[in-house]
Design a protein. Structure first.
Lengths: 113, 115
């Protein structure tokens, strides 16, 4: 079975631009979460979606938004990029009945210049 | 709010030596606790998890962890380290409420294995 897939794997943007990151969960997983991992730090929770509804949001500005589609794939959007948004963005999928057992993709490495 | 502290930023051990990575958590209720491992350029892989019951949990790759409520700790151990264990290790505490699921991670411990 395919794991969590994310695209693109790497991208470079300039300040003020917008970025869209995409994630396909493991088949059968209806929950998708997004985490930001800045170099040298642990991942920080951004969003969780389950059954196409937002179920949780971390301490991130409104420039960050996400959505989940009927096929349970997800997009993370970041507007008005700042240098500090440079990070590895990780998507994880899970089964709701098993709390915390997240399956992570390999991430999208965003560099903002 | 929950938090996780990993006091050791970097640990170096020789191949074949034993390993213990420390993790302390802060959470008001009974925690769900996890250890994840991240190899360079890759996502995170779950090593083991604690939900309830036996406080000594076994994971993949020969790792184990012990939950000590009195010390708010969940330390990761391995009796004999292999060179392939070199990676970054993250401890995490999970929050569940209804269908909401959220992990809070520590800042990680980088493990170097000497030949």
């Amino acid at each position: 079975d395919a794991g969590v897939t994310q695209s693109p794997t790497h991208l470079i943007k300039t300040r003020g631009q917008h970025v869209t990151l995409r994630c396909s969960p493991i088949s059968g997983h209806k929950s998708v979460s997004w985490y930001q991992q800045v170099l040298g730090q642990g991942p920080q929770f951004i969003f969780q979606y389950y059954e196409k509804e937002e179920r949780g949001r971390g301490n991130f500005p409104d420039r960050f938004s996400a959505r989940q589609f009927p096929n349970y794939s997800s997009e993370l959007n970041v507007n008005a990029l700042l240098l500090g948004d440079s990070a590895l963005y990780l998507c994880a999928s899970s089964l709701i009945r098993v709390p915390g057992e997240l399956f992570f993709g390999e991430g999208s490495r965003l560099t903002v210049l | 709010a929950q938090s996780v502290t990993q006091p050791d930023i970097h640990i170096t051990v020789s191949e074949g030596a034993s390993l213990e990575l420390r993790c302390n958590y802060s959470y008001g209720a009974t925690p769900y606790l996890f250890w994840y491992v991240q190899s360079p350029g890759q996502g995170l892989q779950l090593l083991l998890k604690y939900f309830s019951g036996d406080t000594l949990v076994q994971g993949i790759k020969g790792f184990e962890a012990e939950f000590k409520r009195s010390q708010s700790s969940f330390n990761l151990r391995k009796p004999s380290v292999h060179w392939s264990d070199a990676a970054e290790y993250f401890c995490a505490v999970g929050v569940s409420s209804g269908s909401a699921r959220q992990l809070t991670f520590g800042s990680g411990t980088q493990l170097t294995v000497l030949p």
